[in-house]
Design a protein around this ligand. Structure first.
Ligand SMILES: C[S@@+](CC[C@H](N)C(=O)[O-])C[C@H]1O[C@@H](n2cnc3c(N)ncnc32)[C@H](O)[C@@H]1O
Length: 182
């Protein structure tokens, strides 16, 4: 079985999963939610890549209850901990998305998988839809820690077809966030 899936499934079984594996002290849920909602120009369909236990997806779904939310994650154990909502579909993706976002995930996936997810987002977004995700700048590459450069991310996004790229730094000196439009 995929080593990363085993790692994250085991993490989900840790009683302290939320504090050890989901959010760090400097990464407040509220700050992430504010950043994500900054993109809101009346969503109908939103996808989170690597939604984990639904820390971000569930409050967004509760607040924007006319919108359909989709959450995918490598770990079914993580998903099993995520609260269920009528307007959330887990491990499903739809077409014509308005927004695809991903937080605290790209540092855990290898280069090619980053490309695959960015392509998936592009395929599933409607024209004019947005991608918004966080990644970690640096050169470290160890299991489950895959840093990258702004240049690399810029290259993948533009090669995929995204435009209007905006990079922002928040919460931690190595954390970059990028918004782009299909
Ligand atoms: C630090 S948690 C962040 C969860 C959520 N995005 C949040 O901010 O609350 C990282 C999540 O990424 C998921 N993940 C790791 N590798 C993944 C992959 N290749 N594809 C999808 N999800 C992945 C893990 O299972 C875990 O739920």
């Amino acid at each position: 079985m995929n080593q990363s899936k085993i790692f994250w499934d085991n993490a989900a079984l840790d009683p302290d999963v939320r504090y050890k594996y989901i959010a760090d002290a400097w990464a407040s849920t509220e700050t992430f939610l504010n950043l994500i909602e900054n993109n809101n120009d009346s969503w109908n369909n939103v996808l989170e890549i690597g939604c984990g236990i639904g820390r971000l997806l569930v409050p967004l779904a509760d607040k924007h209850n006319e919108c359909n939310f989709y959450g995918i994650d490598i770990s079914d154990e993580m998903i099993s901990l995520a609260p269920k909502r009528n307007n959330i579909k887990y491990q499903e993706v739809t077409d014509k998305l308005d927004l695809v976002y991903s937080m605290l995930v790209f540092q855990h996936i290898e280069h090619q998988e980053k490309i695959n997810y960015i392509k998936l987002a592009y395929d599933k977004l409607k024209n004019g839809g947005s991608i918004f995700f966080q990644f970690v700048i640096g050169e470290e590459n160890s299991p489950y820690s895959y840093q990258t450069s702004q240049f690399e991310i810029e290259k993948i996004l533009t090669n995929t077809g995204f435009s209007n790229l905006v990079f922002e730094n928040h919460m931690h000196p190595q954390w970059m966030f990028v918004r782009a439009t299909k």
